[in-house]
Design a protein around this ligand. Sequence first.
Ligand code: CR1
Length: 805
Amino acid sequence: MNISKEQFKDDYQKAFTNMYASTLEGGSSTQQYTALGTLLRSYVAEYWRDERERYIKEGQKQVFYFSIEFLPGKFLENNANNMDILDIVEEGCKELGLDFDEITAAEAEPAIGNGGLGRLASCYMDAGASLGYPLHGNGIRYRHGLFRQKIVDGYQAELPDNWLRHRNAWEVRDHKSSVLVRFGGNVYLDGFHPVYEDTDDVVAVAYDIPMIGYHLSTVNTMRLWSAEVPPEEEEEGLASKEKYEAVDEITEFLYPDDSSYEGKLLRLKQEYFFVSAGIQTIMKSFKRYQISPKDLSEKIAIHINDTHPALAIPELMRILLDEEKLTWDQAWEITINTCAYTNHTVLREAMETWRCDMVKKLIPRIYMIIEEIDRRYVEQNKPIYGDELVQSTRPIQDDYLHMAHLAIIGSHSVNGVAGLHSKILSEDVLRDFSEMTPHKFNNKTNGISQRRYLHVANPELRELISECIGEDWLTNPASMKVLLAYQNDQSVLSKLADIKHQNKEKLAQYIKENNGIEVNTDAIFDVLIKRLHAYKRQHLQLLHIIHLYFYLKDNPQADFQPRVFIFGAKAAPSYVFAKDVIKVINEVAETINNDPDCKDKLQVVFIENYGAALAELIIPAAEISEQISLAGKEASGTGNMKMMLNGALTMGTLDGANVEINSFVGDENMFVFGLRKEEVDRYNERASYNSKDLYKSDAKIKRVVDSLVDGTFPRIQIEGQTIYDHLITHNDEYYALKDFHSFVEAQEKAAKLYKNKDEWNKKSLINIANSGPFSADYAVQRYASEIWIAQPKAMRTDKSIVTSH
Ligand code: CR1
C-alpha cells in the first residue's frame, strides 16, 4: 500500500493518543505495540470489508479451513511486510524515537497450536491470501494457548500462557455473527423433524483476524470462536455459576488434559463447538445470498485438517437434513463433494476415537446421524466389498467412533502430507480405504511461507538473493533455482557465510541473555527444534552428544570440530519419557558446558519455550538441520524445509519430506543416514531386532547408554533410567541404537566437511536454491486446483490500496 512515512508517523501518534489518552513516547512497549497493530489493522479494514463483499457478490468459491490449531506466529512484522510498509514502519518508529525491536518483542505470540499441524495451517492462510484465494480459517480462540515452558532445575515446568492479557490488536469481535451451539438434552424425531428438549446451549462468538496477503493481494479471515453464555439466559437470570464455569471452560485451554472422562468430554465439546459454529455460519451466509444448498459444493469447500474437525461431516448433514429438508441421499452427496480431509500422522495412538456413549450424550442429534451414516455404509458397501473390508472401515466399531473413518467416508479427497507419508497411508495405515476408494487418495506435500521464514526472518539473505537473481523469486519461489549459477562465485559464497555468521551472533546473544551460556559462534550450529517425541528421536542426538563427550575426554588434544548443539522442544505435560529427555539433555549440557576439556568445542544449549516466534530467530542461524525421526514415522516435517531455505544442511533419515529434499539436492548436499522405511518394516515384521544384544555386543553403544545410569551425569537417576529402560528393557522402539553408528558417521562427515568452508557454503547455497518447490504457495495451489477446485481472484496490477487516512 502507498503511504508516506510522515503520514504514518502522524497516524501512529494519533492512534496512540486515541487509545491511551497519552503520548506515544511515554507509552510502554506493549501499548506502543497495541496501538501500532490496531493502526495497521485499520489501514486494511475497508479493503477487508470490500473483499468479503466481493467474494459473495462475485460468487467466487470459498474455502474454509477447519483446524483445531493455528500457529500464526507474531503478526506485526509479517503483516507490515505483506502490506509493503515494513520499511516505513521501522524507520518511522525510529524517527519517533521508538525501539522497533522492543515493540515487536512486546507482541504476545498466539500459541493457539501445538506444532507442525497448526503452523502449517497458518502458512496456508498466508499463502492463500497472498495468491488471492478465498481461503478462510475456522478455529478456536483459546484464552490460554499452549503452556509456557520454563526450565527449572533442568525440568520442564508448564506455566499458563495468557496471550490475551493485553488484548489482541488484530482481532475484531463480531457478536452479530454469533451462533447457538446445542449440547446434551434429549432429541427425538417427530416424523423427520428433530425435537430438542433440555439442551444446554452455548453461544459461539466470532473473533475475526485479517489474513493479509503479500502485496495486499487480498485480505481473508481467520475466524476464531469463543464460548459464551447465551445472552437470553443471562438476561433472564437463568444461568448458574456452574453454567458460567462450564461455558468458560470450552475455550479456555488448547488441548486440556484428556486423561480423565471429563477431560475427554471437554475435548469433544471443543471439537463440536467450533465445527458447529463454523458450519452454521457458512450455511447462514449462503442462505442470505439465496444460494441453493444443492449448489453448495460448487460454492464452498470445507477442509478438515486432521481428524479433530471431522464432526463437520455430520454437522453439515444435520443442517442439510433438518433445516434445508433435503433427502438423505442429496445431503450425503453434497457433504462428500464439499468436504476433504488431510491426515497428518501415522502414529496409531494419535488416531482419534470417542466412546459412543459419550458422543451420544453430548451431541445426541449428531450421534443419530453418525449411526445412520454407519448403518448405510455397511448396508451399501457390504455387497460390493465384502464383510471384512466393511467391518474394518466403518465409523462405529466396538462402541467407539473412529474419527478418521468418518472423515474419509464423508470426504471426496484424502491426502497425506509428503510422498512417503501418502504412500504409507494408502498402502498400510489406510489400506482398506484406499482399496475401496482409490480415487480419493492423493498426496499434497507440505509447504512453508518463504515470506515469514526468509523475507522477514532473514532480511539480509533476502537482499543477497535479490542482488544475485532479481526479485522474481519473491512471488515465484521456484525461480530461486537460478541461484545455482552462483555456486562457485566466491564473493556470493562469502557474503552468504557472513550473513549466517551474523545470524549466529544474534542467536548467541539471545542464548547468552537467556541461558547464561557464551557459545562459540565459529562452531557449527547444530539445531534440533520440534515437539519432543520418542519417534522424533531427540534421544538419539543426546546419545551422539555423549559419544562426543567421551571422545573429548579420551582425546582432549584431538583436533575437534567445535559444535554447539541447540535444542528447542516442548513435551506434552503428561508424556513422561519426553519430559525425562528434557531433563537429561539439560543435565548433560550442564556437565559438558562446565567441563574445561569441552571448552569452546562442545556446547549444548536447551532453549526454553520454543515456539513459532523463537523459530524465526533460530532457523536463520542453523547450519545443520536435524531431521532424525525413525523412517516411516514423521509425516512430513516442515522445520526441515524452513532450515533448508535458510541455508542449513539437512542431517536426516529418509523420512517425511526429507525424501523430497534428498531428491532435490542429492546425497552430496545433505547427510542421509539410518534405516530405510522398508528395513524398519522388515525388522518389525520378523521381530528380529534385539536392542539388548546390540548393546551387549557393542562397546561404544554400551558405554554411552550406561552413562545414563552410572553417575557420569549427576542428577538424572530417575530420568536417565527411563531412557535406559526405553532403549534396553523395552527394546528401543524407535531404533535409536540401531541407527546410532550410521548417525555418528554422518555427523563425522558433516564435521569434516565444515572444515572446508567453500564446500560447505556451496552446499548451503545449493540447498537454498532448491528450496523453492517447498513454498506454501505451490502447496496451496495444488490443494486449490486438485481438491478444492477453487480459483484465485484476478490480480490487480496497481498493487496499492487507498486508505482514508
Ligand atoms: C506431523 O507430525 C507434519 C505436520 C504438518 C504433524 C508433521 O510431520 O509436518 O503435522 N502432525 O503436516 C500432527 O501434528 C497431530 O498431528
